[in-house]
Design a protein around this ligand. Structure first.
Ligand SMILES: [Zn+2]
Length: 167
């Protein structure tokens, strides 16, 4: 009888451990980020719409925050929530912007100003920030910010649903 109790206690402990691992594993996905905009790559007139684009995430869902600093990303660590935005056309030939996630939480964003649709820098920044925050897929809906060739300027309810599905 005591043997049965010991087995039951061990099984219960294992189940609680697994549950704890699953819960803390999900909770590790952050919702607060810090973006750095490289001042060598953008003029103040360009930094303004980039910042506006990043701000749309918080405006769409107050639980998501992206603090913005105009400055270079110093020693970003994988998973520290740093989003490093630079101006570079060393990306896919047709892309306006591209993101290289270091981990799920943060990434290196490259924006090719020469290819950005005039007046759409905010949308490009918002879209790439979505990738940097862990959204690895594109939405099939052309109305969404995370559509591959999006023309949206802010996250839609569907974009937010995709965002939260990664958490
Ligand atoms: Zn994309």
């Amino acid at each position: 009888m005591i043997f049965v109790r010991i087995v039951a206690a061990v099984v219960a402990f294992m189940l609680v451990s697994i549950l704890f691992f699953v819960l803390t594993g999900c909770a590790a996905q952050r919702t607060a980020y810090h973006a750095y905009i490289d001042p060598a790559g953008f003029t103040p007139e360009q930094i303004e719409p980039i910042t506006a684009g990043l701000d749309t995430w918080h405006a769409a869902d107050p639980r998501v925050t992206i603090d913005v600093t105009v400055g270079v990303c110093t020693n970003p660590q994988a998973g520290d929530g740093s989003i490093c935005i630079t101006q570079s056309c060393d990306i896919q030939a047709s892309a306006e912007g591209e993101t290289y996630p270091e981990a799920d939480d943060g990434g290196a964003v490259k924006i090719c100003l020469a290819r950005v649709t005039p007046g759409y820098l905010d949308g490009v920044a918002a879209h790439e920030a979505g990738h940097a925050m862990g959204i690895l897929q594109h939405s099939p809906d052309p109305a969404d910010l995370m559509f591959k060739a999006s023309t949206a300027r802010a996250p839609t309810a569907n974009d937010l649903e995709i965002f939260w599905s990664y958490r």
